[in-house]
Design a protein around this ligand. Sequence first.
Ligand SMILES: O=C(O)CCC(=O)C(=O)O
Ligand SMILES: [Fe+2]
Length: 289
Amino acid sequence: MSETEAQAAHAFFSTAELFDVETYPLDQPGSAGYNAMLEAAAEGLNNVNCAQLADFVRPEVLSAMQAEAEGLAPEAVYHEASLNPYFSQPPEGMPEDHPLNRFSPRRHGMVRGDKFARGGVIWSVFQNPDLCRFVAEALGYEKLYTYRDPYACTNVNVQPEGCEFAWHFDNNDFTVSFGLKQTEDGGAFEYVPNLRSREDENYGEVQKVLDGDRSNLRSLKLRPGDLQLFRGGYTLHRVTAPKGGERQSLLLSYVTDPDDIATSDKAIRIWGEAHPDHYARDRQLAEMN
Ligand SMILES: O=C(O)CCC(=O)C(=O)O
Ligand SMILES: [Fe+2]
């Protein structure tokens, strides 16, 4: 069985059952509709590092995803930390207002990937091969694989009322997410495209944003059912504090290396424990060295 067939066999729901293929013909690559969808996504990504595709999942699928996430939210692993935008340690000998010295509290929960039922709707969305191919094409990768890390593969980010997900650059090059739950006030996804590059950290401009400069800032509300593709490695971003309720988003992780998986150290740092697959990865890396 090819890898795509294996993925398809694993996926309980078909592409047409999960997604609004009338608007987003994921299952018809090469068609005019598919190319138009790809162009729209690529345009957003090329211009502002972000593409939002509204109402991507079918309404009944969204309801099922929301119910599944809601049921698992109490089991989320909560992180409470004071972090700078780079998730790095405080530097020595830098001015107090330097971006590396700007620490903000962050409190949010993450539902682990192994919690999702393998025949369930969230796992089906994650494993859908047509979605995976589309994400790769839109982001300009020849091929992507669903991340096989048992905990970090797919997660629901649970952001309680009043908790901001402060300004940061992601460690990953890109993020794929679905809106699940949103509040009327707050919970906005704010970002400043292309603020740093591989060559230049551009600390001066980062500092201006941290000080409240909104001149190049873009703000979007990830509504339930919307798909977002985002290059967060070079784009400073945050989620403002939700007011009057909780915000939830579904994060899907794809990788260029099918063997990629966290080591036990990293898993313990993020999740408080490691899975046998993480220890297997440690042994594999040790054998390679
Ligand atoms: O919940 C989201 O929409 C994105 C959160 C985020 O920026 C992250 O997980 O790095
Ligand atoms: Fe992020």
